[in-house]
Design a protein around this ligand. Structure first.
Ligand code: HEC
Length: 130
C-alpha cells in the first residue's frame, strides 16, 4: 500500500503550490517597505516640500511634470524631458534613469528590483496626495 504514502506526500505539496500566487506581489507597492528603499534616494532627495538637495524635493512628485520643481536647477535634459511622473513612468525611469532621460544628471544607476520600485513609488504616492 505504498500508493497511499505517495498521496499523503503529494497532497500538501499541491496545496502549497496552489497557495503560491497569494504571496505574489501585485502592482500595489507597500509604502512602509518603500520608506526603507527611499534611504537610497535620501542622500540626494528630500521628501519635505520645497527642500531641494543635490536632487529636487520628491514631495508631490507623483503626477508632477518632469523638471518643474521650483527653484531647482535641472539639467537641460530633464527640463525638456516632458514626462508626467505617473507610477508607470516612474517605474521605467527608476529601472534605468539614463535610458529614459538620456543626459540627465541623476548619478544613480537605478533600482533593479521591481519590488523595490513598486514599494518606493507607493511611498512617493503617499507623499503626493493633496
Ligand atoms: C546621487 C544622487 C541621487 C540619488 C541617490 C537619487 N537621485 Fe533622483 N535625482 C538626482 C538629481 C541630481 C536629479 C535631477 C536630474 C536632472 O536635472 O537631470 C534627480 C531627479 C529625479 C527625479 C525627477 C524629478 C523631477 O522633478 O522631474 C526623480 C523622480 C528622482 N530623481 C527619483 C529618485 C528616486 C526615487 C531615487 C531613489 C531610488 C533617486 N532619485 C536617487 C539625484 C539623485
Amino acid at each position: 500500500m505504498t500508493g497511499y504514502r505517495g498521496l499523503a506526500f503529494l497532497l500538501p505539496t499541491v496545496c502549497l503550490l496552489a497557495g503560491g500566487p497569494a504571496y505574489a506581489q501585485g502592482t500595489e507597492g507597500n509604502p512602509e517597505a518603500g520608506e526603507k528603499v527611499f534611504h537610497q534616494c535620501q542622500a540626494c532627495h528630500s521628501i519635505q516640500p520645497g527642500q531641494n538637495r543635490v536632487g529636487p524635493s520628491l514631495s508631490g512628485v507623483v503626477g508632477r511634470k518632469s523638471g518643474t520643481e521650483p527653484h531647482y536647477n535641472y539639467s537641460p535634459a530633464m527640463k525638456s524631458a516632458n514626462i508626467i511622473w505617473t507610477p508607470a513612468n516612474l517605474d521605467k525611469y527608476l529601472a534605468d534613469p539614463k535610458a529614459v532621460v538620456p543626459g540627465n544628471k541623476m548619478p544613480f544607476p537605478g533600482l533593479k528590483s521591481e519590488e523595490d520600485r513598486e514599494n518606493v513609488i507607493a511611498f512617493l504616492e503617499q507623499h503626493s496626495k493633496k
